[in-house]
Design a protein around this ligand. Structure first.
Ligand SMILES: [Zn+2]
Length: 559
């Protein structure tokens, strides 16, 4: 029996605050279902940081468009809920993702619907290319290689930063491949998959298969699925795996416990291959079918058995832990199975891996709290087919689930009779940290290239970030009886920005009954007091460089 989630009093109950840096990790950032209630200009201004980031973490949800985010949010948190991390990022924009079609050039026809190869190449290289192509320029046909384009990961590696590449698909799949490999056709992943890319084989003087290129790069942390590509024999004889471990010094890990056991890069780069092919999605499938469709008004997703595979947040946390160093790092982490499960018209698979992406974003934001010179960008690569529709007959294939609201939601897939394909709408891009403001407005995927590399710092008006008055909000439960107030106390939640000291007190008339000191960001606590019936006031006080701000909430005390 499913019980819709009932929010207890948490920071999420505090309205209207947009909070700096580390607090991006907190639910306090999310508006209530009623929306942001305070004027936010000062808070947003305080978060604009023009400095160049030391670390850059790019988190990709493959196929993660607004429709898919909304469906997953409805299911996991309800229509008025918010993803704690993904929806808390302070700067959000819209991003176009179109690509090119093969042709005579130099002006190539536009492709309004792209696959993951040109889209990932877009942010990796800053240039558009054609379907199937991995960080290589366009050409007259798919089987004619284009010019190799240098990637963000390659540039950072050349600068001496550590680099990581994490995914839940095969590590050789298009999105992770585009970070550091160059290939005319995305299917050329292992040395024995090279028929369509014969001139790019190592034995033909090329860079070799994607699997080989990734280890030739000595990417410091390489985690995902795709072991089947690595057991293939290279043109020279040994498997890619042998080549990686003997010639390139990689340490192979194949399960979560082994990954946990790696605690530094001192022993060499890490190659984690946790599955022969793609890794297992979080939820078991619920595959849409022709109307009246799959599932139903009481259907919920169930956890899949992922054996000893690590999940995306565990891989992301480990990658950050290993890459963390004074000179900085670049990490790309992808929740790949959102897209794969959308291709399969599997709503549960896609929802589970979007939730998993949110957890990975939380890991990145937690790191950002202690390392505020870290830019975190979260986006997708292209839009997809999942639509939220009004009825079970509103599409070629439909599925219905019970959401966290306790209401049924139907999704449809209508690009095909069986399975589903990409679509061409712009997608969401969001960010937090230095230079995060560059994702706002309408940008193109290729603009991310320069943002990921860190742009030349600009100067804010006034020469430095303005000192803003602290902002504070308070929420409290109530009414409460005299005896309850004395015994368990009134629960309060406070959220603050721009403060160095935050206190919350309970008062009646002029008399302060009790006071507690919270962290500079606020927090939750209980205030107990012995008093008679009437109205007491919960007063939150935030003191910072910009002055003092108070917020008050009245609570009725009953007999
Ligand atoms: Zn796809």
């Amino acid at each position: 029996m499913f019980t819709p989630k009932r929010a207890s009093l948490t920071l999420a109950a505090v309205t209207g605050l947009l909070v700096v840096g580390g607090l991006a990790a907190d639910a306090a950032l999310s508006p209530t279902p009623e929306g942001f209630t305070t004027e936010r200009s000062a808070d947003l201004a305080a978060q604009i940081d023009p400095s160049k980031p030391r670390n850059v973490i790019l988190i990709i949800g493959d196929g993660m468009d607004d429709s898919m985010i909304t469906a997953a949010r409805n299911y996991e948190y309800g229509a008025g809920g918010r993803f704690p991390a993904l929806d808390a990022l302070p700067f959000t924009g819209a991003m176009t993702t179109y690509g090119l079609k093969a042709g005579a050039g130099p002006d190539y026809p536009k492709a309004y619907v792209s696959d993951s190869a040109p889209t990932a190449s877009g942010w990796s290289t800053g240039k558009k290319t054609i379907d199937g192509r991995v960080s290589q320029g366009p050409s007259a046909a798919g089987n004619i290689p284009g010019e190799n384009y240098e990637t963000v990961l390659e540039k950072y590696q050349a600068e001496g930063k550590l680099v990581g590449n994490v995914t839940t698909s095969e590590i050789t799949d298009a999105t992770p491949a585009a970070a550091a490999a160059h290939m005319s056709q995305r299917g050329c992943q292992g040395p024995t998959d090279m028929t369509a890319c014969a001139t790019e084989k190592k034995s033909a003087g090329g860079l070799g298969a994607i699997a080989e290129q990734l280890v030739d790069h000595k990417i410091d942390v390489l985690l995902g699925g795709g072991k089947n590509r690595y057991v293939q024999a290279t043109d020279a004889g040994p498997s890619v795996l042998d080549y990686a471990t003997t010639t390139k010094g990689y340490r192979l890990v194949e399960n979560k416990a082994a990954l946990d056991g790696v605690t530094s890069l001192a022993g060499g780069p890490v190659l984690g291959l946790f599955s022969g092919g793609n890794m297992t999605p979080r939820y078991n499938p619920l595959v849409a079918t022709p109307p009246p469709g799959a599932g139903g008004p009481t259907a919920r997703c169930t956890d899949a058995d992922r054996a000893n595979q690590p999940d995306l947040s565990a891989m992301t946390a480990k990658a950050i832990d290993l890459l963390d160093n004074p000179d900085g790092f670049f990490l790309q982490a992808e929740s790949a199975m959102i897209d794969k499960q959308e291709h399969a018209s599997d709503i549960c698979g896609a929802i589970g891996d979007l939730r998993e992406l949110d957890e990975a974003v939380q890991v990145a934001l937690d790191y950002q709290v202690a390392n505020p010179d870290t830019l975190v960008i979260v986006t997708g690569d292209h839009s997809h087919s999942t639509q939220i529709v009004g009825g079970v007959t509103d599409g070629k294939q439909t599925a219905t689930l019970l959401t966290a609201d306790g209401d049924p939601m139907t999704v449809a897939y209508s690009t095909s009779d069986v399975g589903s394909d990409h679509t061409g709408a712009q997608i969401r891009v969001a960010a937090s940290g230095p230079q995060a403001a560059n994702v706002t407005g309408v940008i193109d995927q290729t603009d991310l290239f320069r943002t990921l590399l860190g742009r030349t710092p600009s100067v804010l008006p006034g020469g430095q970030p303005a000192v803003v008055k602290p902002a504070v909000s308070v929420a409290a439960d109530g009414p409460i009886s005299r005896s309850e107030l004395q015994r368990r106390g009134v629960q309060v939640a406070v959220a603050a920005t721009g403060a160095t000291t935050v206190k919350v007190s309970l008062s009646k008339g002029d008399k302060t009954l009790t006071t507690r000191t919270l962290s500079a960001r606020g927090g939750t606590t209980t205030l107990q007091a012995k008093t008679g019936p009437g109205v007491v006031k919960v007063v939150a006080t935030a003191v910072g460089a910009g002055g003092t701000t108070k917020a008050t909430k009245s609570v009725r005390v009953t007999r």
